[in-house]
Write a protein that binds this ligand. Structure first.
Ligand SMILES: [Zn+2]
Length: 221
């Protein structure tokens, strides 16, 4: 079973991916985390990615796909993969489908977490980041264990300076421009499951499980 979990920033994709990983032993492929790891390793490849990320430019498909490809190994595919943060646009979805077909596999469903613009802004304003390791938290959806301190480093978390509501609104528009065509591509294949992402984490998760079960998606616990 391979799933894409999609939705605007702040929709709690990562949290739901973690819960699915925990419950079913699937491989949670978090593209943001893979990028941070690649950057940390300071290889040529990591440096290329860092150049784009640091300039706030979208990392081109050639690099992103290369990164994802490293995780498309038999071991992960046999467990099932939850794609989180990838694909973000149509070209990436098409590329991913081609790769999976080569491995006699496919995307079973795309879970779309629906969040209103107002709620997205509210949640993104609660985002915090660790100034040392770059780990992301959200005071509403992914709070740190200790009051505004990084779980890994113990440092005081900071607000990114691009988290103003104007900047958030602009990023949200960019997200829709970029991602909606990819969602439509999977919708035409009858694979999109829409979930109300404004509910509490546990309710979102149980809705996902219910929807997958009712659509006959095989999940092993
Ligand atoms: Zn940290």
């Amino acid at each position: 079973m391979n799933l894409i979990i999609s939705g605007p920033q702040g929709s709690g994709k990562g949290t739901q991916g973690d819960l699915l990983e925990e419950k079913f032993g699937v491989f949670h492929l978090e593209s943001g985390q893979l990028m941070r790891e690649a950057i940390k390793k300071e290889t040529d490849f990591g440096r290329q990615i860092a150049d784009y990320v640091n300039q706030g430019i979208i990392v081109p498909d050639e690099l992103t796909n290369q990164l994802i490809e490293q995780s498309l190994v038999d071991e992960n595919i046999s467990k099932g993969i939850i794609f989180d943060g990838f694909p973000r646009r149509l070209s990436q979805g098409q590329w991913l489908d081609e790769q999976l077909v080569k491995k006699n596999s496919q995307i079973d469903k795309l879970i779309l977490l629906i969040l209103s613009t107002e709620e997205t802004i509210r949640r993104l304003s609660a985002r915090r980041i660790c100034p040392k390791c770059g780990r992301n938290f959200n005071l509403i959806t992914v709070p740190p264990k200790n009051d505004e301190l990084c779980d890994d480093c113990g440092l005081k978390l900071i607000t990114r300076d691009d988290e103003t509501s104007e900047a958030i609104t602009k990023r949200l528009e960019e997200y829709h421009t970029e991602t909606d065509p990819m969602i439509e591509y999977y919708r035409k294949q009858g694979k999109v499951i829409e979930i109300n992402g404004e509910q509490p984490v546990e309710k979102v998760f149980s809705d996902i499980l219910e929807a997958l079960a009712s659509q006959g998606v095989p999940l092993r616990s």
